[in-house]
Design a protein around this ligand. Structure first.
Ligand code: HEM
Length: 454
């Protein structure tokens, strides 16, 4: 019998770069620009050389699904996550394999639907207080909403994670987390990385910020342990008391610390950045803003703190949030390490290389999204074509087993923030404000976004 020979895989097209550095510089200078070019020039996959590594960008939703879901066992955390590990430790975002699976199992109940319903009340209360503060500001000055949303999402994540006893200490903590993220980002993108032990000014700042965050979180864990406060109903209490089904083990203090810092970091900046983009989009689309305000005022009325259930009846508000996450997905690119060769159609992603999936690109692919640059929340309405769209044409929260654990938390929080904000204010743009994208770990605006809240 003739041996079966599989057709040899075709070489993946290589995007031209420069000697030694490959595509690193152009990726550093204008990542979104280069992604758009790649989408126009290649149809399925393209081979890039970034930061001394071979990276394979998949361009079709079906192939993104293959990498993230269908063949996820072939993919681990990419080396990019090692930089995050320096400050997040071995938490849910950065860990891998059996250890990650166990941690995910332990943490998942904290994000259960019923559990989130209980957290919604905290979100509503915090947002209402925050809006009171905004109302006391001088209306003639624009409000830096990038900063304002960082503050409120930090308060929300802190209160839902750690309960009420922490709010006074948040100022230093927020700044320290910001320093950690900023420095990690610089390190991730920098072609030259000095060992962390070297006392460069950046490393010293990084270490001090890390110490502050650690002393805060360990202080809290120890206090809980001393008080025996199992009665607390926040996420920390849930994580502290979670027991592995098979072994009955609980998390160590180090593990609790890593999960808390991870939830802190992953859980506030993403939402804050996304909210700032949403307001920016609304200032350019007064028709959408009016429709949104009509829905919110009709459903919520004037009650100062509406019951959390009421926010479930705001379909258009959710559509606005979804469309904003389409145009500006905070996680604009995701990477995975290929553990073995992975044939995809006519190509193969080789073992040891990195697979890249870009929500930013998939969300702007004209094949899935007609007139992709247009902000149109009706895309997510009943007649918006959701039933025929590929499930991986839209993945602001990733997909497969590593789907964002906080996705429902984030959507609920964004709906509450947006609804209560547009109920109280009309939003207007600041004339001549230039708003550009600045893709760091998250897709931030280059400068803070300010708007008039009237
Ligand atoms: C708009 C807001 C958010 C966006 C766009 C977002 C996006 C994402 C994405 C794309 C991933 C997957 C990354 C990958 O597969 O490489 C992820 C993972 C994660 N997110 Fe979110 N996220 C948001 C809010 C939150 C919130 C509010 C929390 C927690 C309170 C959170 C906690 C996490 C954690 C712990 C992971 C790692 C999950 C795992 O690998 O098991 N995120 N997020």
């Amino acid at each position: 019998m003739e041996p079966i020979t599989l057709p040899a895989s075709r070489p993946v097209p290589i995007h031209p770069g420069i000697p030694l550095l490959g595509n690193t510089l152009s990726f550093l200078q204008n990542p979104l620009g280069i992604l758009t070019t790649l989408q126009q020039r290649y149809d399925r996959m393209v081979h890039l050389r970034i930061g001394g590594r071979h990276q394979y960008l998949v361009l079709q939703p079906d192939d993104a699904k293959h990498v993230m879901q269908e063949n996820h066992r072939n993919y681990g955390r990419s080396p990019a996550f090692n930089v995050l590990k320096i400050f997040l430790g071995n938490g849910l975002l950065t860990s891998d394999g059996d250890f990650w699976r166990r941690q995910r199992r332990l943490a998942q109940p904290a994000f259960h639907r019923q559990r989130l319903a209980a957290l919604a009340q905290t979100m509503v209360n915090e947002t209402t207080d925050w809006i009171d503060e905004l109302q006391r500001l001088n209306r003639r000055h624009p409000v830096n909403v990038s900063q304002a949303f960082m503050d409120v999402t930090m308060r929300i994540v802190c209160k839902t994670l750690f309960g009420s006893d922490t709010i006074g200490k948040l100022d230093g903590l927020s700044a320290a987390l910001d320093t950690l993220q900023y420095q990690a980002n610089q390190r991730m993108l920098s072609p030259i990385r000095f060992p962390m032990q070297w006392p460069t000014p950046a490393h010293v700042r990084f270490r001090k910020a890390g110490e502050l965050v650690d002393s805060f979180i360990y202080g809290l864990i120890n206090q809980r342990r001393r008080d025996g406060s199992d009665q607390q109903h926040d996420l920390l209490a849930m994580l502290q008391s979670a027991e592995d089904d098979d072994t009955g083990e609980r998390m160590s203090d180090q593990q609790l610390r890593d999960e808390c810092v991870t939830l802190f970091a992953a859980g506030h900046e993403t939402t804050a950045v996304s909210m700032a983009w949403t307001l920016h989009l609304l200032t350019g689309h007064p028709d959408v803003l009016t429709r949104l305000q009509t829905e919110v005022k009709t459903v919520l009325g004037d009650t100062r703190t509406p019951p959390p259930d009421a926010f479930r009846s705001l379909p258009y508000t959710l559509q606005v949030v979804q469309e904003s996450l389409r145009l500006y997905p905070p996680a604009w690119i995701m990477s995975r390490l290929a553990l073995a060769d992975d044939p995809i159609g006519p190509y193969t992603i080789p073992a040891g290389s990195t697979a890249l999936v870009s929500p930013y690109l998939l969300h702007r692919d004209p094949a899935s999204w007609p007139d992709p640059e247009r902000f149109d929340p009706d895309r997510f309405g009943p007649a918006g074509g959701g039933d025929v769209r590929h499930s991986y044409a839209y993945l602001p929260f990733g997909g497969g087993p590593r789907l964002c654990i906080g996705n429902q938390f984030a959507l609920m929080e964004m709906q509450i923030l947006l609804a209560l904000l547009v109920r109280s204010f009309t939003i207007e743009s600041v004339p001549n404000q230039r708003v550009d994208t600045h893709p760091l770990i998250t897709l931030r605006p280059k400068k803070s976004i300010s708007v008039y809240l009237k």
